[in-house]
Ligand binder design. Structure first.
Ligand code: MTE
Ligand code: MO
Length: 383
């Protein structure tokens, strides 16, 4: 593989793998602003970053179960109504390193920052699919159980040098309220190469793996995508399954991510002075469910207090901005009095009253995905 044309990246990023480039910002960067700056947004790749230099000729091939295949050019996408959707993208592998501490898992290690909140600008996939004669989802239209496959330009070893790909159900793709985008902007700027220039998919509320970057083609198919990242990865297995007895066909590809919260103002082990400390972090729920509550404990989870939630549309002004933050995280904050060394814990509750599991052991899985166990940090209080 050729890594000679990688873009330059922010020096603050912690590099978890160099080639392919996988990196996350320091925890503190996530709570510095509601919208994560592009240069500090985590980067998750499975191959070299593609180079697309002829934007006039760049197009997305749409084919499969439609009347006639069609090439959709950037000008066609830009002609459709533009939407700005604030959505949190989270890698299913976020917090994987911590899961490995109880029992080794396989995959790139991540601390707590394989997540970011951005304003994605682009056309709704539902509008794009209308260009090839697929009607929007209404109570009278049926998707027939079909799927929409997204194929990238990049090349990855897991696909034996082929492109990264994934799919979502046609019913989600054609539902304007699902806000699935073909995005060409991130935080009001043209998408940069690391994040999918010139065009990427954004599937709000769903694990990052389905938001295919550097889109090359779209296929309407009867079954879900058979690619590696749908069938042999990003599936949630029970703790009893190991590499010796795994049967990938027994599980579905993971789509929505579960309720998550993380303390970002403190490292795993941190020394502080006794007195008032402000604890802050992020909380997010998949599937468009909101965050109902964030609980914080300063005695290892014996007693709890409720944190303040902050969700504001600190987004760049765009005339046609349509404001909806149902896909976005909330930041939380609470000031506590810490007098002695202890464990500080956070857990969130979503709008369906789903809660985070207490122990990582209970959700351990061999690929180390979806670590949403209570987030704990140890503070050492010195006098
Ligand atoms: N799309 C392509 N083409 N190639 C990839 O490697 N990685 C996926 C997804 N889309 C990937 C991709 C994964 S696992 C995640 S978590 C997100 O992109 C990360 O997006 P980001 O790098 O913009 O943060
Ligand atoms: Mo991911």
């Amino acid at each position: 593989s050729d890594y000679s044309q990688e873009p330059t990246r922010h020096p603050c990023l912690q590099i978890n793998a160099k080639e392919p480039f996988n990196a996350e910002p320091p925890r503190s960067a996530l709570v510095s602003s509601y919208v994560t700056p592009v240069e500090l947004f985590y980067k998750r790749n499975h191959g070299p970053i593609p180079v697309v230099d002829d934007i006039e000729r760049y197009c997305v091939d749409i084919s499969g179960l439609i009347e006639a295949a069609k090439k959709v050019y950037m000008r066609d996408v830009r002609m459709l109504p533009k939407y700005n959707v604030t959505a949190t993208l989270q890698c299913a592998g976020n917090r994987r390193t911590a899961m490995s501490k109880t029992r080794q898992v396989r995959g790139v290690g991540w601390d707590v920052s394989a997540i970011g909140n951005a304003v994605w600008g682009g056309a709704k996939l539902a509008d794009v699919l209308e260009l090839v004669g697929i009607p929007k989802l209404t109570s009278s239209t049926q998707s027939g159980g079909k799927h929409v496959e997204f194929v990238s330009i990049d090349k990855c070893k897991e696909e034996n040098g082929g492109p990264y790909k994934a799919s979502i159900p046609l019913s989600q793709a054609t539902n304007p309220e699902a806000d699935v985008l073909l995005a060409y902007e991130m935080n009001g700027e043209p998408l940069n190469r690391d994040h999918g220039y010139p065009l990427r998919v954004i599937v709000p509320g769903v694990i990052g793996a389905r938001s295919v970057k550097w889109l090359d083609s779209i296929n309407i198919i009867t079954e879900e995508c058979q690619g590696f990242f749908m069938q042999k990865d990003y599936k949630m297995f029970p703790p009893s399954v190991d590499w010796g007895n795994i049967d990938w066909n027994t599980r579905k590809p993971q789509m929505d991510f579960p309720v998550q919260s993380v303390i970002c103002s403190l490292e795993d082990v941190q020394s502080i002075k006794p007195g008032k400390v402000t604890i802050s972090g992020y909380a997010v729920a998949g599937g468009g469910r909101g965050i109902e509550r964030v609980d914080v404990s300063i005695d290892g989870g014996k007693t709890w207090m409720e944190a303040t939630r902050i969700q504001k549309t600190g987004v760049p002004y765009v005339a046609d901005h349509i404001s909806s933050d149902k896909w976005a995280w909330v930041l939380f904050e609470v000031t506590v009095d810490v007098t002695h060394s202890t464990e500080i814990v956070a857990k969130a509750v979503d709008s369906a009253a789903n809660v985070q599991p207490e122990k990582v052991q209970d959700i351990w899985n061999l690929r180390g995905i979806l670590n949403t166990s209570w987030h704990r940090v140890h503070v050492r209080v010195g006098h």
